[in-house]
Write a protein that binds this ligand. Structure first.
Ligand SMILES: C[S@@+](CC[C@H](N)C(=O)[O-])C[C@H]1O[C@@H](n2cnc3c(N)ncnc32)[C@H](O)[C@@H]1O
Length: 267
């Protein structure tokens, strides 16, 4: 089912607006129960953590992220929204000593693709889950299946120079291949590993200016532009604007995207 503008609102773009349609699917898959204790891995500013806390009225939600500013923002938002049964800690989920068997459920919205040692990281998360505890995470499918990634990379690179804008640094697509993801999770001790295809557009804003501002804020975009130098960078921004214009319809600027919901269970 495709969705209409009212799903997105018309305010400034942010990550929660970009992923609103994905979020709905993750929430359904997580199916937080009223007494669950939930761990949110790579929680960012804590949207999904607060959401889990609201569903776990007699339980709790705990968000961890390596970014100190993100955790500060997550705490501010939880206070502002009056969500009491939620807490946050700046921590590397790969090594943080979670209380053993504390959590019924570990969730993540695009926060589990960046571990240096994914087997160690998921084994660590597994130790925090009670026996039969669940892992429910959303990750990107491979880059070439994500129109937003391909289109932005091509626009930044220009014809015949795809490598000029090849992403560097953390790989947002590292769990995109199901065989690889399954091998990692099995080695980390998880069972009942399953993949559900998520095919929803990402939303970059109500108009081209807003979308350009949002996309220029991506680390991969700003790094690619910096590498190009002033003249080539100005041409790349013009190409990017054209690409975004071509994706503007009555619902705003949107690109096709493919993600997985990966579910697994601690034996
Ligand atoms: C794409 S963002 C998603 C943020 C959040 N889940 C959301 O949906 O708003 C990925 C997040 O994972 C965090 N992250 C990356 N590696 C991490 C690690 N080893 N431990 C904890 N958080 C990590 C980043 O700091 C970033 O906030």
């Amino acid at each position: 089912m495709r969705n209409s503008a009212k799903d997105h609102g018309t305010g400034p773009t942010d990550y929660d607006a970009e992923l609103r349609l994905h979020d709905r699917i993750l929430r359904r898959a997580a199916a937080v129960r009223h007494d669950d204790h939930v761990l949110d891995i790579g929680c960012g500013s804590g949207h999904t953590t607060r959401q889990a806390a609201r569903a776990a009225r007699a339980g709790s939600a705990f968000g961890v992220d390596v970014s100190a500013p993100a955790i500060e923002r997550a705490r501010e938002l939880a206070r502002a929204e009056g969500v009491g049964n939620v807490s946050f800690e700046r921590a590397d989920a790969q090594v943080h000593p979670f209380p053993p068997e504390r959590f019924d459920l570990a969730i993540s919205r695009f926060g589990t693709m960046f571990f240096d040692d994914p087997v160690a990281a998921f084994a660590n998360v597994g130790r925090g889950l009670r026996p039969a505890g669940r892992l429910v995470m959303m990750v990107w499918q491979p880059a070439e299946r994500n129109e937003w990634e391909v289109a932005i990379r091509q626009a930044l690179a220009g014809a015949g120079q795809a490598e000029a804008a090849a992403p560097s640094g953390p790989d947002a697509f590292s769990l995109g291949d199901p065989e690889t993801a399954e091998r990692i999770l099995s080695a980390a001790g998880f069972a009942d590993i399953a993949f559900t295809d998520v095919h929803e557009p990402v939303y970059y804003g109500p108009d081209v200016d807003a979308a350009l501002g949002w996309v220029r804020g991506f680390t991969s975009t700003s790094e690619a532009l910096r590498r190009l130098g002033p003249d080539a960078s100005a041409r790349a921004v013009a190409r990017l604007r054209e690409t975004l214009s071509a994706h503007l319809d009555g619902d705003g600027v949107r690109f096709d995207s493919r993600a997985w919901i990966i579910t697994a269970r601690r034996p």
